[in-house]
Write a protein that binds this ligand. Sequence first.
Ligand code: CA
Length: 228
Amino acid sequence: MKVLIVEDERQLSEALAALLRQDLHEADAVYSGTQGEDCAMTGIYDAIILDVMLPGKNGVDVLRSLRRQGNSTPVLLLTAKSGTEDKIRGLDSGADDYLTKPFASGELLARLRAITRRGAEYIGNEIAAGNTVLNKDTHELRGEKGAVKLAAKEYHVMDMLLSNCRQIVPKERFVEKIWGFDSEAEYNSIEVYVSFVRKKLAAIGSNLQIKSVRGVGYALEVPECSRD
Ligand code: CA
């Protein structure tokens, strides 16, 4: 694939480019937020590695601007801080995943593979991933061993995870979608609904797994090649 690297630390940028080329990808590097945005908007890239701290325009602002202009290229955000705040801001701005510096090269390649893989498929009023199908009208969840009907809040949880397949969905976004406002009290409720959905997934023999991302949110894991 063709990857755009937006990172002003030359050494890191060069190391990233070398790593990608070694893994048989094409890599272009630019060193400021404004350059990054211009290149990304050409739409020729399969993925973008975007640093947060950049001269010109910071990574989160670049990302916001890209998404606002309809650019949906998968973005892996590089953050120097391990603070949850930064990650949530990035994910809310449309990042597909983030990586905190310093990181292992193997992890970077794995994250890139994950964000560029195909997500869930829409077939009429159904959305499918792995061996599992969710019906958007009847709220029925179907797996290899059977089907269950999801309650309203469970349905929203599952629908959001499927629609953002393999991406981290922040807890805030669940709360906003389900309760329509940001309330601290509802954060624990999300965990409860996620646990209900997990039990139902297991009951129908689904090969999907809801992964908890500590302090941030949840992501739906889909086994590779399960629909081929
Ligand atoms: Ca930087």
